[in-house]
Design a protein around this ligand. Structure first.
Ligand code: EPU
Length: 337
């Protein structure tokens, strides 16, 4: 294993923030985890970066940053309806989506083009266009630093919620996800209920959708409104869509008749944060190099040299302004370091 000192993490986070890691190593083999755990000279704090597409670095990282480069995709089992595929955590997420499409395996086509690596998928319970990754995860394997062994978490042990899992809470900084086993479907089980997908499929002239055409529709919707991190630094949705009670929603609806919403439970609705932020006047806002994306107000962007704190301060201002206009408290989806 090679340990580097004082390394810039600019190339390792999709926001393109130039923060420093005290120690840095590239993880390519599982055996290296034993070595790292045994090395008493290394800092206790070990943080893992995959694609760095869900973090905002606001200060130097005083610990060992481990860049997960574990690769490999292996079929573990199959039956008449399903295939179980183990994917190493350092694989690029969209590369795995392409693997599934090529092999005619359904389940993750709506999650095409989500930035990041496979290890972040269970962590964030990534989701888009009516599908969450929890629906296809069978189990997650992780290295436990204190116990110095691998643990296996079944789907039901992962406490999956909306952009939430046990890996962001109880197991935060305690484990490193090494692989995820997915259960994919041999027979397509298409999720087309999200309106924009249907509109896009119609525009593409598709009358009998397949997993490939659904993925193409998703990619084209994403490309039309989400910034490409290779061109403009960002971490996708910066905030979660808040859930509010029906009573509060009904009052807001009187004042703002166009407010969009999705039912969650009989007494609760979800309101798109992007709409709340746009209505508060932030869409397209820019201060120095920190801004709010022009096409999707839920996405904060770094036009080049913004610091993590500048982005974080902008996020705080947005939260305060949405709260004072709508009395709704936004929470961040991105993990702040
Ligand atoms: N809207 C606005 N202004 C905006 C953005 C959105 O008024 O600037 C309105 C739209 O008109 C629409 C509603 O808000 O009525 C929802 O917008 P959209 O369909 O773009 O989805 P979203 O709720 O903003 C969520 C996820 C995205 C995911 C899309 C599609 C969260 C936090 N975000 O966004 O996930 O791709 O749905 O399923 O749940 C991510 O997590 O990084 C991410 C991109």
């Amino acid at each position: 294993m090679t340990i580097q000192h004082s390394i810039s993490l600019k190339a390792y986070n999709s926001f393109g923030i130039d923060a420093t890691a005290e120690y840095f190593t590239e993880l390519k083999h599982l055996d290296t985890l034993q070595e790292i755990a045994a090395d008493e000279k290394l800092p206790k704090l070990k943080v893992v970066l995959g694609g760095g597409s869900n973090v905002l670095l606001t200060k130097p990282v005083a610990g060992l940053v481990i860049h997960n480069s574990l690769n490999g995709i292996t079929i573990k089992d199959e039956n008449e309806n399903h295939v179980w595929v183990e994917v190493m955590a350092g694989e690029v997420w969209h590369g795995f989506v392409e693997y599934a499409l090529t092999n005619n395996l359904s389940g993750i086509e709506n999650l095409a083009l989500i930035p990041g690596r496979v290890g972040a998928a269970p962590m964030q319970n990534i989701g888009a266009y009516g599908v969450e990754v929890r629906d296809t995860i069978d189990q997650v394997t992780a290295w436990h630093w204190a116990e110095k062994r691998f643990i296996v978490m079944r789907n039901e042990d992962c406490d999956f919620g909306y952009r939430e899992s046990i890996f962001k809470h109880f197991l935060k900084d305690k484990v490193l996800i090494t692989s995820v086993t997915f259960r994919l479907n041999k027979k397509p089980n298409l999720h087309l209920e999200y309106g924009a997908i249907q509109t896009q499929l119609e525009a593409m002239g598709v009358s009998s959708p397949t997993i490939k055409s659904v993925a193409e529709a998703v990619m084209s919707i994403r490309r039309s409104k989400l910034p490409d991190p290779a061109l403009i630094g960002n971490a996708g949705s910066f905030f979660k869509n808040p859930t509010i009670n029906k009573q509060q929603f009904d009052l807001l609806k009187e004042q703002f008749p166009n407010i969009p919403s999705y039912p969650v439970a009989s007494d609760q609705v979800k309101v798109p944060a992007g709409w709340l932020i746009e209505q508060s006047g932030w869409k397209g806002f820019r201060r120095h190099d920190a801004g709010v994306h022009v096409k999707q107000a839920l996405v904060l962007v770094n036009y080049g040299k913004a610091s993590g704190s500048e982005i974080q301060n902008l996020a705080i201002e947005i939260i305060e302004s949405v709260q004072s206009k709508f009395d709704i408290l936004l929470s961040m989806e991105v993990n702040i370091w």
